[in-house]
Design a binder for this molecule. Structure first.
Ligand code: FES
Ligand code: FES
Length: 159
């Protein structure tokens, strides 16, 4: 079947079998490999993307369910040449080691900050609880999100 999704602001179409997951369509058909295939059963969050602003596990969603909707992947934030401010903050804090969890973690952090610009540490932990990291103790990940929030709050106070 032919499916069209608005991915990172662009209409993208692929012809895929009906059982194709959103993650497979992104990675295999559209060449967007930022979202990772970890557990493939909704446990690890490595495949997190935003669909209409809500974080979802792309391994659990059919591509057909995303048809006509807005999907944001890590590629829609920034790249190595030009990181987004949120990505820069994670870099500043050296939040990651192997980096496998990073795209999903950053996408979940973005979803949180878009809705809750000044979260508590508990809210950050809760928002990232579906994103597993096997390398770090999460501390520098949480710290980066909290710092991003406090800088955002400072910006809006100045505005
Ligand atoms: S690969 Fe989707 S939740 Fe693990
Ligand atoms: S940095 Fe390796 S899984 Fe998170």
């Amino acid at each position: 079947m032919e499916i069209t999704i608005r991915v990172n602001g662009q209409e993208r179409t692929a012809s895929v079998p009906p059982e194709t997951t959103l993650l497979t369509m992104l990675r295999a058909n559209l060449g967007l490999t930022g979202a990772k295939l970890g557990c493939d059963v909704g446990d690890c969050g490595a495949c997190s993307v935003l669909v209409d602003g809500e974080p979802v596990n792309a391994c659990l969603m059919l591509a057909a369910q995303a048809a006509g909707r807005d999907v944001l992947t890590i590629e829609g934030l920034g790249d190595f040449q030009e990181l987004s401010p949120l990505q820069e903050m994670f870099e500043l804090f050296s939040s990651f080691q192997c980096g496998f969890c990073a795209p999903g973690m950053i996408i979940s952090a973005k979803a949180l900050l878009d809705k809750t610009p000044n979260p508590t540490a508990a809210e950050v932990r809760e928002a990232l609880s579906g994103n597993l990291c096997r390398c770090t103790g999460y501390t520098k990940i949480i710290d980066a999100v909290m710092e991003m929030a406090s800088r955002g709050a400072a910006e809006s106070e100045r505005a």
